[in-house]
Design a protein around this ligand. Sequence first.
Ligand SMILES: [Fe+2]
Length: 331
Amino acid sequence: MSEVDLSPLRPYWYPVGPSSEIGAEPAAVTILDEQVVVYRSPGGVHALQDLCLHRGSRLSLGTVRDNCIVCPHRGWTYGPDGRCVHIPSLRATQAVPAEASVRSYRACEEFGMVWVALEEPRLPVPEFPEHEDPEYHVFLAARWDWTASAGRLVENSLDIGHLPWVHGGMLGDRDNPGTIEPYNFSDQPYSSDHPNAGFTFEWDWEEVDRSQYGRPGERLHYKSRLYMPYTRRNTMYAPKGNLTLYQPTLPVSADQVVFWYFMARNHSLEVPDSHFGSFSAKLLADDKIIVENQRPRSLPVDLAEEVHLRAADTVSLHYRRALAAIGARHA
Ligand SMILES: [Fe+2]
């Protein structure tokens, strides 16, 4: 794992938790192996290196005072820009050492989540327009922590070929999986200001089963978007209305990933959310066994490293090429 270079993935927004969970207590999160403390103050949400420069204590064990975070060890106090502004053991006439500055990161809140970027982000926060649309009901179905790379998780989420196999009886039939044809692709989910932003693909699917997205025999239309490098938004268009899955994804390390699973629908509002949430939980429990056991753990971006099928792996190939285009060799 030590050879895995995650640095090309740093300049992007990553989710660190629902806004409702980032409160008065500082929260410790790991993003691409970097330990970060996230805290809320009257001035908003802030993210700093989770390290007091005095004796290496974790700032996330400390407390928030005004807009600052106070180290639990000796009370060194850091502002949102990472500068140490107060050291209790210094006399009032003594200056705080100039080198007492921890790294600070950009933090923001959008779509009910707190996001952090380790470096100047190349893209906006992945869009979730249903969150602001009064016609939709949105709920957070689950948070998942997997011992897997974000790349393997996301590639599996985008893959259609596994549906009748891993989810036979729920999303297809293992005895009659059907062949996979190339999908309809588009490459511009954002404005042209953002090269390598991700991609969109669409396909039709005949409802065969108990997916609850439509009724058996109905033709459903799917539109799946990938916001580079790891967030997926997938909408199913059925005669009764639309259902969107929004999956903001946090790459913790080369072999740990956390993701949240939001569901938004403009129909069946009388049906309890748990009805939809439990269906996706069953699907993801099946996926987890497969994805946590893929080797190597990191997604190899170089196409020479695994065997691909031209049509069935269209999306995977597209995703790996997109990762290569942003400089990633593993994901
Ligand atoms: Fe799956």
